[in-house]
Design a protein around this ligand. Sequence first.
Ligand code: PLP
Length: 218
Amino acid sequence: MPIEVESPEQMGYDRIRNNLSESSYTDAFLRDIDMGPGNDLKDLVLAYGSHAGHEGIRELIMKDSYRITKEDILLTVGAAAGLFIIATTLLEKDDELIVVRPNYATNIETPRAIGARINFVDLDFDYGFELDIEKIKSLVTPRTKYISVTHPHNPTGACLSASEIKELAAIAEDNQIRLLVDETYRDMVFEEQLPLAAELSPNIISISSAGSFAATRP
Ligand SMILES: Cc1ncc(COP(=O)(O)O)c(C=O)c1O
């Protein structure tokens, strides 16, 4: 995928006629970031911290959940880095994974670079972008390491129901594999928000962004 497709800032905003979506943060100076009284960035010590990420942020994320503890949470530099870590940790050459497509590029290109075999399950406009869970089940082989889904889905906006996530979790548990749920857009649902997917099963890894993190229950 050409970088321009993912990065309008690389292409140059003046060359884009119709920018239908924009997720990048507007350029800013450090001095413009108001962190409140007593939190002047000039006083910030730049040093190594906890390898899993800032304790306070992990505690905040944990508050949103019933079962996940601070130890289950890993802060990463964007969801993209989290997805990269997951692929490079779980996959080796000739391993398999199942990817619901369309999917964020890192979920496809990193496994491809590792030499893993990707079995795609394509979402179809004519079926309301509904997920074919039976097809996913039929694609699991002894070499499958994980199933990659996005909820809410980018770019269709289609959401999985709680029972669909449970069905997917059951497939992961029955086969002793992982279910990766990219929940980057979790806060953008209009209906009732589902719990973090990682709450449901130790086989599920949740990914999210804007204070991006990966969470998994041991
Ligand atoms: C579904 C999905 N996952 C992950 C990402 C990457 O998020 P981040 O910018 O936090 O790396 C994006 C960004 O557009 C996305 O759409």
